[in-house]
Design a protein. Sequence first.
Length: 79
Amino acid sequence: MGSSSNYRWAVQPAPAEVFPTRESARDHAVGVCRSLAPGHPFSEQRRRVFRITPDEYLVTVDGLTSVFHFRVSVAEEIG
């Protein structure tokens, strides 16, 4: 979130989707990593997806003039 050099991490609302298995949730998370179109950076040139843990991914998106990154995690709601 933010603009210029004032970017900061923020948590987006969790989707209301429920998956029958953790594996199907992971598959969906990988799809989000590949398809999410963030507001930054301008004019995507390259996208790289890294698996940090079986349930967590880091995505870097190279734009025309800057690089943006975001994380996607699979989580289980427990209450």
